[in-house]
Write a protein that binds this ligand. Structure first.
Ligand code: ZN
Length: 483
């Protein structure tokens, strides 16, 4: 033991000397039945102190590191029937304090990270046929995350994370032999942020708990997670917010809840049992015969409406709606026209022919009702859609929230004259209902992708009122549901 200690102290001194010009060092410490192996990539001015002690049957590492520039430290821990790991990287300010206790039958890891620049932190454990993990990352911003892991017989992972900067992401996963619950969230541009406290359990069974707030929107809490778990539902949430400088940016949160046996035979092929066109009572969707845009400009997301069971949409009529100066009839008509525009281009039946006004139904609750509602949303979110889908991949509910902190209108000319300040309900509903149908955003694609700059598509950015679909939107809905 004495020899090892001296060995480690001398290594520490050596590593401080070698750290110029991004030295890469790997140090492995093994006891009888566990191994702790660490890769260090440290910049010139990074300081690192690893206190390592080996006791009978295990290893303890107490680590403190800080610096600037490009730094990363990753550690893999292995024992008899488990493995685990952590990784932290940063291109700016970097500080890490962590402790690792590894024994043959299990390990405890705790890491407290504060980073800036392009930065990330993750932790995971694998045991007993399952796994649990937590992950967070930021581009050109700040990240602080406290992450904990207990592994052995199963794995419990948690994170308490705050992220802000150019773009950010979040992940939490829980895996058993039979089920996968995976949370992933992100935002795309400056002005966005994430606050999340999540915990996941993997092994013979899975569990997921916690909260996630993205750009000020409470995307996830225990009540939503509880309903998803008890019904076997997944959820996909897509929203837009105003980034710094007034650009439109996107945020998203997905909860995949997959029974792994059924996931194998999962089919996303549309069951076109009804070939009758909806003869919409009074709906006159705006149709352009030769729509502009590129027919390849679409993104298909997971989940689709079961066309043998078209979605009935509701509009919540409450004081937020009237405070916008919107009438229930004009608003429900605008949403109905938007729904009918998608329906027009496919022979599958996506939506029933009218939108029901109801003051008792609300969005953001998993209740089987697909509700469009106005409400104040803190932060800069404009609107978002939450889809819930079952194990077959069929959407069982789709809620849309319009942020009542913005001005909205059902009058095309008012929206156009405002030059983007007053949002046109039918246009935004047309975009959000594209998500309800299972189409994804185009403006989140990398700028090298030609679809990202095809602004003729409704699934691209809001650039003012537009009531018809582009060629790519139409190709997308037909790829999903048939022509
Ligand atoms: Zn969108």
């Amino acid at each position: 033991m004495k020899i090892i200690k001296i060995f480690l102290i001398s290594l520490m001194i050596l590593s401080l000397i070698w750290m110029g010009n991004v030295a890469a060092i790997q140090i492995s410490v093994s006891s009888d039945d566990s191994t702790v192996s660490t890769n260090y990539m440290l910049s010139d001015d990074a300081a690192l102190r690893d206190g390592v002690s080996i006791f009978d049957g295990g290893t303890v590492v107490n680590r403190a590191a800080r610096g600037t520039g490009s730094n990363s430290i990753s550690t893999n821990v292995g024992g008899d029937d488990y493995s685990a790991g952590t990784a932290v990287y940063s291109s700016g300010q970097f500080s890490l304090s962590s402790s690792i206790i590894a024994a043959g039958n299990g390990a405890l890891i705790s890491q407290d990270t504060g980073c800036s620049g392009d930065a990330g932190a993750e932790i995971y454990g694998i045991a007993n046929g399952g796994a649990a993990g937590q992950q967070a990352a930021v581009l050109n911003g700040r990240l602080s995350s406290l992450q904990n892991l207990a592994v052995g017989g199963g794995a419990l992972a948690s994170q308490d994370t705050a992220v802000d900067g150019e773009s950010g992401s979040l992940g939490s996963s829980a895996i058993s032999p039979n089920q996968l619950i995976d949370v992933s969230g992100s935002y795309s541009d400056e002005g966005g942020f994430i606050d999340a406290k999540l915990s996941s359990i993997g092994g013979l069974a899975v569990d997921m708990q916690g909260t996630a707030n993205i750009v000020g929107v409470e995307c996830l809490d225990d009540s939503i997670l509880g309903t998803l778990k008890s019904n076997g539902y997944s959820m996909e949430m897509d929203g837009v917010y105003e980034a710094q400088g007034g650009d439109t940016a996107t945020f998203n949160l997905e909860v995949s809840n997959i029974y792994r046996a059924s996931a194998v035979s999962r089919t996303m092929t549309p069951s076109v049992t009804s070939l009758s066109l909806i003869t919409s009572g009074g709906r006159h969707p705006e149709i352009v015969a030769n729509p502009p845009g590129n027919p390849s400009s679409y993104v298909l997301e997971e989940g689709m409406i079961d066309s043998s069971n078209p979605l009935q949409l509701y509009l919540r009529t409450d004081s937020y709606l009237t405070a916008e100066g919107l009438s229930a009839s004009a608003s429900s008509n605008a949403i109905s026209l938007a729904a009918g525009t998608w329906d027009y281009w496919t022979s599958a039946s996506l939506f029933t022919s009218s939108v029901i006004c109801d003051s008792t139904k609300d969005a953001d609750t998993v209740d089987g009702y697909s509700v469009h509602a106005f409400r104040p949303v803190s932060g800069t979110a404009l609107a978002y859609t939450r889809n819930y889908f079952d194990q077959g991949g069929y959407i069982v509910e789709s809620d849309v929230v319009y942020n009542s902190n913005y001005a909205w209108t059902t009058d095309y000319n008012t929206a156009r004259a405002s030059r983007g300040k007053t949002k046109d309900l039918q246009t935004v509903a047309l975009h959000e209902l594209g998500h309800t149908c299972g189409l994804g955003d185009l403006y989140t694609l990398p700028s090298s992708d030609p679809r990202a700059s095809d602004y003729y598509e409704i699934m691209n950015l809001y650039t003012g009122p537009r009531h018809y679909l582009g060629a790519g939107d139409i190709a997308g809905i037909q790829a999903k549901y048939g022509a």
